[in-house]
Design a protein around this ligand. Sequence first.
Ligand code: NAP
Ligand code: FE
Length: 365
Amino acid sequence: MQAFYVPVRMFTGENAVKDHLASQLQGRSCLIVTGGSSAKKCGALSDILEVLKKNRIRYAIFDGIRENPTVESCRQAGILAAEQQLEVVLGAGGGSPMDAAKAAAVFAANPEMAEADFYSGSWVNPPKPILLVGTTAGTGSEVTKVAVLTDSAGKKHSMHHDSLYAAAAFGDPRYTATMAPAVTLSTAVDVLAHCCESFFAKGANAYSRSAAAEGIRLLAEPLSRAENGENLTMADRAALYNASILGGLAIAVTGTCFPHNVGYYLTETRQIPHGFASAVFLPRLLSFVKGRAPELFTAFLTMTGLEEDKLLRLVPGALPDLRIAMTPEEITAALPRWENNSSVRKTIGDPTMEDIRAMLTELSV
Ligand code: NAP
Ligand code: FE
């Protein structure tokens, strides 16, 4: 059994970009892949540009990545990198620009490739080297080989490939201080979802469970404070960021379980932000595994150091009013996408389609 494979050189802490980006770029030209404004607002882009200018490194910026990025926007970014013969793709932002940068690196090396061929994973040329600068404390995409993208039919898919690991990633928790309160909450509950789902995935091992439990331990207090509307200190921000990387390491080993995949549907059809869309299923995941694997559930509480009540209060405290309201007909029509779905099958206790139906029905009343 492979214990883990996470070949990313990760730099975290104050000035991570200013102190370490140049050594990882090694003078190579790059395409910066980013969103509309947040990398500018939080200071990440100016830190990156300062390093590039100081080292006289050629670059271009593609700032056309939006939330739940489309494969098409990644293709356009990749074509720009190919046209300008840029050697490295540098993603800067939350999970959306980071995931988009991974796909852009594939298209940069294969600019003629069609969307369907991206999902095949058998690319003619290997992706260009990927560097990532994270600005949210959420997805852990910095350390995963996953790119979650929206296809031309509007459906979210997670693409996993060993060559989508970044060569290096940088996280300065100060960048996360400009997140709006709702983004802080949504990204923090995404971390909670990664840690819980990974802990209860069939492929979990001692390494991934330690990372997942420590992630929850780190985030519990700052998340409670954010839920109460308190201002977070930089120590809170650092704890949330470190928790996000631990969550990323955990899902790099196991992948996610049904809450993430069923949550994609809520994001596609109701525009619910990714973290909230996954976390809404966490109380159901926890009660499901408590019934199916009670000893593992007890070990989970021991390792996270949390009382069950406190753990169960974390999620509802963070969620806004989500208005899921699926009719029985809509639930019946949606269920086939989760038959034989790998994220559902990964969940300990083997949830059936009737279990998923019951959870969606319960959320819809
Ligand atoms: P995001 O979609 O990257 O960003 C959400 C919003 O927050 C955007 O409006 C963004 O602005 C803004 N923002 C980002 N950083 C900010 C900052 N420091 N200050 C102020 N605003 C900021 O959010 P995310 O939750 O990090 O990523 C979600 C995506 O990642 C989803 O597509 C999800 O499916 C995927 N995901 C990937 C993995 C993985 O392993 N790869 C795991 C879980 C989820 P801009 O648009 O201007 O950037
Ligand atoms: Fe997630």
